[in-house]
Design a protein around this ligand. Sequence first.
Ligand code: 7RM
Length: 631
Amino acid sequence: MWLNIKTYDQYKDVYRESRENRLDFWEHEAGTYYWRKRWDKVHSGSFKKGDIKWFEGGKLNVTENALDRHLNTIGSKTAFIFEPNHPDSFRRTITYRQLHEDVCRFANVLESKGIQKGDRVCIYMAMTPELVISALACARIGAVHSIVFAGFSAQSLAERIQDCDAKMLITNDGLRRGDKHVPLKDISDEALQNCPSVDHVIVCQRTNRDIEWVEGRDEWWHLLIRNASKHHEAVEMDAEDPLFILYTSGSTGKPKGQMHTCGGYMVYTSYTFRNVFQVAENDIYWCTADAGWITGHSYIIYGPLFNGATGIIFEGTPTYPDPGRFWEVVDKYKVTHFYTAPTAIRALMKEDLSYVKKYDLSSLKVLGTVGEPINEEAWHWYHDQIGNGNCPIVDTWWQTETGGIMISALAGVTPEKPGFATLPLPGIEPALLDENGKLIEGNGVEGNLCIKHPWPGITRSIWGDHDRYLETYMKPYKGYYFTGDGCKRDENGFYRITGRVDDVLNVSGHRLGTAEIENAIDEHDNVVESAVVGYPHDVKGQGIYAFMICEDEPNNGETFEKEVRDLVTKIIGPIAKPDKMMVVPGLPKTRSGKIMRRILRSIAANDLENIGDTSTLLDPAVVEEIKSRQA
Ligand code: 7RM
């Protein structure tokens, strides 16, 4: 029987059991899936060595668990409801049986193009069912998918394709999000000029705009699937074979390709989805994330399908055609579970309440948040106005690296507390450590959040750079996994994530490295050096503030700022554009040349009184000059 925790007492019991007998706990959970061959060893490896394995020797295909297994029981149940960008465009529902057929067809197409087990396939698409079908078809043939968020630029796309040597790119002619049009095929063409590894491009029609065509390389999705068989025997995978790569920003250098594997990721996303959201048989579950992020992977695609849930794939935005869009969709489909980002809540609570009141939201049973800390004001608005005061809110803390939810209330089962992710899931043991690596025990404390023991969903490596994996996660606190987040544990043992303690920004729930943005800004001819920090922003959570040293003082400040914004958009994408900029004569640096970001953060937050000690700086006068420019 699948574990489905239904009471707080049961949670406490299961948590204790999982702690006393961790491997039995995971083995039992894994035993509920369809394995072609059972594993030889539940778990091996450690954080110290960074060689973590789960269910080694087990053979499976995740799509048999997401699709085939359901055919005899819920084949005619809706797997996905597709809601397009514009409410008047064509919408459709897809049953488990249809989805299975579509995935099999496309798996045959991929194989006919020479894609084999282990090959990488890059997916750069609109939020439509074809994106999900592409990912699942890769999983079915054992190809490793790398989904790239369709808001990234040609250069970012190229970088991600090159890093994993993808052989194929699947894209759309274009997409519409809100009133914007994104020419995905044009962007892909530009990216592919520098990607010799790609020899096939499959284009799925979405906007019917004119596009360039490379004969022999490009082919239409709809023509390819026409003659493809709807039967496909899933390729047998080892539990530890890679399932996908997903790039995420870190504090230094280029984005890291997080590598997730078949067996552990399946067990972990399925277990967490079931227990956190408590979705019942006829519920309608809606996660508003984009499939280009880990939330979309784990809680639009994989977790819900393993559990046979009905989910919504939403192509649009919270504010198009008006700020009532989310609530209109909730009303239309009688959504029971709604999972979104705090930034969306903060943006919508600024709008007139009539956009909420116009719709019947009484179908809602559970609300969720993810991606960043939620402030109490937004929590209460969500709870009162959207949940009508009677829906539990699950504030789910996790990361691309963790594969699935780690700290969260279980909806309606365990207690909630505004601003707190609350308690760890059974199987997960958080630990707080101080700067010196000392374990902080007891309650009412604060420290750097680490995890004590490996769990099945953890990323196994950074694609092509295992040393960086060890450096980033395993070395900072020996014997622990380091999350990069700061965290409080209150008197009752509830956890509150306070934000990153490294140079990673969280802008509207999007994770961005300061170094990446700085590298982009430094490409400007007139920029000598730059430093990027976050500052509190009432909708985005964090805004981006760029301090720049220029070769020549720009004669037109506005033109210069626009050039920098355009440059960052071109190199990374619009999400990384600085909100505020300042040209400075110098940056606050230590004698060893390290930029003192703490000082820049205070200035960016306009917290000029609390800049602190500047005596260790190479040139303390720089700070006075920057302060006077800010004022
Ligand atoms: C799922 C996701 C991970 C970072 C993480 C945190 C922050 C995520 C919460 C949160 C406070 C939360 N993956 N974060 N969830 N902070 N409360 N419930 O977002 O890899 O893109 O980002 O996001 O800083 O380290 S991610």
